[in-house]
Write a protein that binds this ligand. Structure first.
Ligand SMILES: [Cu+2]
Length: 493
């Protein structure tokens, strides 16, 4: 009898608790299940923390890795944390193999729906590998079956994909309290890598620029658990007035002129304790189709890698949008404080990927070994890739690191990927960005520009040999404002 009572009591209690849980789900997911108290559920069967479909797991992984870093290197926890992210990045696609070459999972008897789904994915991955890759590459890529990440042009993402990306970036920007006291902001720790003088020297104006930034993107992806979309700025360059692009609205990057006070990165304060700000379209240049074509004509790294006598280097092209966006993005040691940095570099990495494909196909040169011997000493091929653990600079050029990322090609006419934010320019048969629908008055824009200039922000800017006649200097920028009605995000105006 007593037993029966206890059982009834238990059943009753579980009904009540499940009801309560449902109420929590309806009224606000984080009321009882705050990530700080519930991180244990994101350990996988090996006891490691993993990022799952739940955004809270992003917070939990950073907290766990930072605590681990603090224990192993109390005096240099920031770098040790980044090292842990790097390890995750480099192993993110590895799937354990059985002797037959199939994943262990697919050899088990599949009864559950989850198992069947995973098995299907594995097979599809193998078919994919067979179709698109050479024998030499196939072995490596077949192992990537568990990794279906694909970087897409930001305007080709579905809304849930874009929201997930920005949510996760914002989770990194929240301070995480540590049990022993103190706190850290994962985004700032990651962005600070692109602030330290020795790191910057090892990453710019030389052959290591490409590999270093490739690894840096992978580190950010390891932290957020989703691919970084790319910003193909050719789609904006082809607009009559690129500052009108839909990207500079709350649907994408937030305001392009002045303080970023709305949109997904609203009111961010950077690691330099400054408000995030931009002042688009006053100098520099977005990337044009012509620049890309000129660069892709070369069949080895040497002519397109700094220092180079030719005016077109990948790094030179890349400097243009940094200057065009202005604000933190135009200052070398502050650039990564604006999340647009990662989308811009994702595109630069795509261009490099294209370049390497052409090297293999038409130049018959192996891009993994074609490392130019020039530039600063810290960028020599066998030097350590500062500050990335045991990696050497030459590793940045390897096929293995390249194979960790895949790209969905940019949108093409006439459908432009079916994106609501793109249209086909039939005269040149290329897609371009749509303009924002909201209209700001000339005065609004001038106020915002003025505010942006007050905020901005000292530091060495990216060098800008490439300019666009539409944006050659501040004066012309204002002249344009006088002559045109601009369509820009009105934000809080
Ligand atoms: Cu950089």
């Amino acid at each position: 009898m007593k037993m029966k009572q206890t059982t009834t009591g238990f059943v009753f209690a579980s009904i009540i608790s499940s009801l309560l849980l449902n109420i929590v789900k309806v009224t606000g997911q984080h009321l009882l299940t705050s990530p700080a108290t519930n991180c244990e559920q994101y350990r996988d069967h090996r006891g490691k923390f993993e990022i799952t479909g739940n955004d809270d797991s992003v917070h939990c992984l950073q907290k766990h890795l930072y605590q681990f870093a603090l224990r192993s290197s109390p005096n240099d926890a920031d770098n040790a944390y980044v090292d842990e992210l790097l390890k995750k990045a480099l192993t993110r696609c590895s799937v354990k193999k059985s002797k037959a070459g199939l994943s262990k999972l697919s050899k088990k008897k599949c009864r559950s729906r989850k198992c069947k789904k995973m098995r299907y994915k594995g097979r599809r991955g193998k078919r994919f590998a067979r179709k698109y890759y050479s024998n030499r590459e196939r072995k490596y890529n077949a192992e990537q079956a568990g990794c279906n990440w694909e970087r897409k042009e930001v305007r080709m993402l579905s809304r849930p994909e874009w929201n997930q990306f920005t949510n996760r970036i914002n989770i990194l920007k929240r301070p995480i309290e540590l049990p022993g006291g103190g706190s850290f902001i994962p985004y700032d720790v990651i962005s600070n890598i692109h602030r330290v003088k020795t790191n910057l020297k090892a990453a710019h104006k030389g052959p290591n620029f490409l590999g270093w930034h490739r690894v840096y993107l992978l580190i950010m992806e390891a932290a957020i658990g989703v691919p970084i979309p790319y910003w193909d700025s050719r789609l904006d360059y082809d607009m009559d007035e690129p500052v009108d692009s839909v990207l500079w609205t709350d649907e994408f990057f937030g305001p392009g002129i002045g303080r970023v006070d709305s949109g997904p990165f609203a009111n961010w304060i950077t690691a330099h304790k400054e408000p995030l700000a931009r002042n688009i379209g006053l100098s520099g240049s977005l990337i044009s189709e012509c620049m890309v074509e000129r660069m892709l004509r070369y069949k080895s790294h040497d002519p397109v890698v700094d220092p180079t006598v030719r005016s077109i280097s990948i790094e030179g092209i890349h400097n243009g949008p940094h200057r065009w966006v202005d604000g933190q993005l135009s200052i070398i040691r502050k650039a990564s404080q604006d999340p647009v940095f990662f989308l811009h570099h994702s595109f630069i990495d795509y261009l490099w990927y294209l370049f390497r494909q052409l090297m293999r196909e038409t130049g018959n040169i192996n891009p993994a070994t074609d490392y130019p011997d020039k530039g600063p000493k810290s960028q020599a091929r066998n030097e350590n890739m500062i500050p990335f653990g045991n990696l050497r600079n030459i590793h940045g050029y390897s096929d293995i690191i390249e194979g960790l990322s895949r790209y969905k090609p940019p949108p093409k006419c006439p459908s432009c990927g079916g994106s609501d934010y793109l249209e086909c320019d039939r005269q040149i048969n290329r897609c371009r960005s749509k303009a924002s629908r909201t209209v700001a008055t000339l005065r609004d824009i001038q106020i915002r520009r003025r505010l942006a200039m007050d905020i901005v922000i000292r530091g060495t800017r990216f060098e800008g040999p490439v300019t666009d006649i539409r944006t050659s200097g501040v004066a012309l920028g204002y002249l344009q404002l006088v002559n045109n009605t601009h369509l820009v995000n009105t934000g809080t105006l």
